[in-house]
Design a protein around this ligand. Structure first.
Ligand SMILES: [Zn+2]
Length: 226
């Protein structure tokens, strides 16, 4: 499988077997206020990204997505505006990761097969599995789900076959609870819904090497409808 480097040398290679779907540039008339100081911001250029998104549970697409950049007129903070469903600092998007990890941890698929289906490497799938497993304790997610939506407490899940499967299942319960409590989501997987909501509502981003998901952060506010 041959690869092509996109967006400069820092980018990971993505299979060129995936056709590139170029999305039109979009931005509102004005940027949102600064997340740090709430000051007015102005548009300040664009950033080219190449997210790999889930077309279905077992197929991916590679997009060329140009994101608008803004700059705060008060504190001079520069920031990128992400549309719903696009997670920062990540080429393979959250639903793709959730699908790949679930295929292995719940579906019993071989890592190499789960990787090839998504034009990813086996190393990436193993890294994603380790990341999901270490991200948060499954019980903490269930506790949060019961807070966000009390009816979540009665959701019965089959006994998971591994800690990875347990965390994934707990993300599904919390993701469904968020939807029932009125949070608008575009993500399909529980992992995508929960982390996407955390990003949109609280500005939290969880990188592969970044901080662990903290339930305390999630309690920072009732979920907002965006
Ligand atoms: Zn500012």
């Amino acid at each position: 499988m041959s690869d092509v480097l996109l967006g400069g040398p820092a980018r990971k290679p993505v299979s060129c077997l995936l056709p590139l779907i170029v999305e039109p540039r979009r931005r509102d008339a004005r940027p949102p206020p600064c997340r740090s100081c709430d000051g007015a911001a102005w548009w300040n250029g664009w950033r080219v990204t190449h997210p790999v998104v889930a077309a279905s549970t077992d197929a991916v697409e590679r997009h060329e997505l140009v994101l608008p950049r803004a700059k705060c007129s008060c504190c001079r903070l520069g920031f990128t505006c992400y549309p719903p469903g696009v997670y920062p600092r990540r080429q393979y998007q959250l639903d793709v990761i959730a699908d790949a990890v679930a295929a292995v941890a719940i579906g019993g698929e071989l890592v190499a097969v789960a990787a090839a289906t998504r034009a990813a490497s086996s190393t990436s799938v193993r890294r994603w599995s380790a990341w999901v497993t270490a991200l948060v304790d499954a019980q903490a997610l269930h506790a949060l789900a019961a807070q966000v939506d009390p009816s979540s407490a009665s959701v019965a899940t089959a006994s998971p076959r591994s800690s990875t499967a347990a965390v994934l299942a707990a993300f599904e319960v919390l993701g469904a609870g968020l939807v029932r409590s009125g949070v608008a989501v575009v993500e399909r997987s529980g992992l995508g819904r929960v982390l996407g909501w955390q990003h949109r509502a609280h500005g939290d981003v969880f990188g592969l090497a970044g901080p662990r998901f903290s339930p305390a952060m999630a309690f920072g506010g009732r979920p907002h409808g965006r």
